[in-house]
Design a protein around this ligand. Sequence first.
Ligand code: HEM
Length: 542
Amino acid sequence: MALLNSFAAAGLKNLQAGWTINQRIFVLRALHKSAASEALEIPATGEETMSGRLIEPTMPVDEKTELKTLNDMPGPSTLSNLVEFFWRDGFSRIHEIQLEHRKKYGKIFKSRFGPQLVVSIADRGLVAEVLRAEGVAPQRANMESWQEYRDMRGRSNGLISAEGEDWLNMRSVLRQLIMRPKDVAVFSDDVNKVVDDLVKRVCTLRAQESDGATVFNVNDLFFKYAMEGVASILYECRLGCLENNVPQKTQDYIGALNLMFSSFKTTMYAGAIPKWLRPIIPKPWEEFCSSWDGLFKFSMIHVDKRFNDIKAQLERGEEVKGGLLTHLLVTKEMSIEEIYANVTEMLLAGVDTTSFTLSWATYMLAQHPDIQEQIHGEITRTLGPGTVPTAEDVSQLPLIRGLVKETLRLFPVLPGNGRIIQDDLVVGGYFIPKGTQLALCHYSTSLEEENFPGALEFQPQRWVRKDASDRVDNFGSIPFGYGIRSCVGRRIAELELHLALIRLIQKFRIEVSPVTTEVKAKTHGLLCPSAPINLRFVDREN
Ligand code: HEM
């Protein structure tokens, strides 16, 4: 017992790496009763969630419980995965495959991709267990190709690609600056100026069409809005994305970004193709490097410019004022290389994610005119007609927040997320050894009827809290992740989304254009529209 207690005290971390699986299972079984429920922070039975249902304890604390191993776990064979992904274009249907596999194999299943084994978790309670058990520096995925590029060019890592202590240090700097709504509320005015330009751009684009209302492929427009918005915060300057003539440097950057995403499969292969094959198949790696070169170059130009402006101001004895970048440059909490890497990776993470969410949200509004009217009513009643909203106003507009949450529930930009577990773990009755790659199936849990009654319906009001005791932390839908490694840009994204949507709904009635056929989601790295979404923006009377 003393032995067990000392293990329990040291947590699961101390399970010796050199032990056989059976030895580790033995100790975990013994720990099961005494400590595992604490170590894994299993949610208490009866914990209430937003949908009013209970999180069931998924690891029954029962003496007779036998832990199963990965060998016992169901899942598709390597052959069927190969057919699914390479023959049936599974890369663009990863979200659908999640649903199919959940139905066929249950809440937890394994898949093999060549030598790589992935354990998929497709259940709200199990996802909660995994994320609540995370250590101080969780690892998302294997970032070898990102790391190789950075080593080759002598570049630092940003938050997305960093691990361990490096990541922890940078995360603790950024967390204090942008993780709370009130931290980002100071960017309201800057974002609102970008929203002004978005509204003007809608008017310019629709005026070019014969009906004076249609904007074709709204994602192009929202991509430019998201890039301009996030750059106004990260670089503290405007890029001119929403102007008629987009400046050449900005166009070059957009080209690099598109190369990174449009050749998603190619860049994925860049990581998957062994190094010795590169002389024979050089293109994926070359494209991967050249798009990173473009992204870094663009960030460096803007960071250096701000650095030189600050230096000049200091030399003139002027007070230096500014936002996030100014803070990082002045306090030197990060090295200049770390600043380059972080703004580069944040810009990369912050553009498509936000623009796809805006495309889906406006598409949903157009398809549900009654809901659009309810939201318009809430905005008008709360703000008065035509008032430009600020970040503070958003807390008074639960339906706008519900609109964003519901959009991200139905279309989680990251349909799945990854973790490489750093300690042996027991989840769903299985022993999963340290180092295993987990896939958290957010798309599938978001569409689970048990988690969200009427799961396929668009119901922003389901997120409106009835009173303060109404819990909203539903692990069924966590589009920004959860915990210490969750999205650091969440508050920035929400600010951009809320302010843009309020203004668009205030000014326009958004309708589906007759030339739009039903648009479904496809996976292209992120969950994105499979066809252009064309919408009509009709002036409202008020
Ligand atoms: C709708 C918009 C967005 C969504 C849905 C989203 C979602 C996510 C998700 C799911 C993760 C992984 C979390 C995890 O592993 O637990 C993530 C990570 C991250 N996101 Fe976002 N994101 C959005 C916008 C942004 C924006 C605007 C920025 C930057 C300004 C940003 C910067 C990042 C960074 C740097 C990380 C890595 C954090 C880390 O590893 O510490 N994201 N995001």
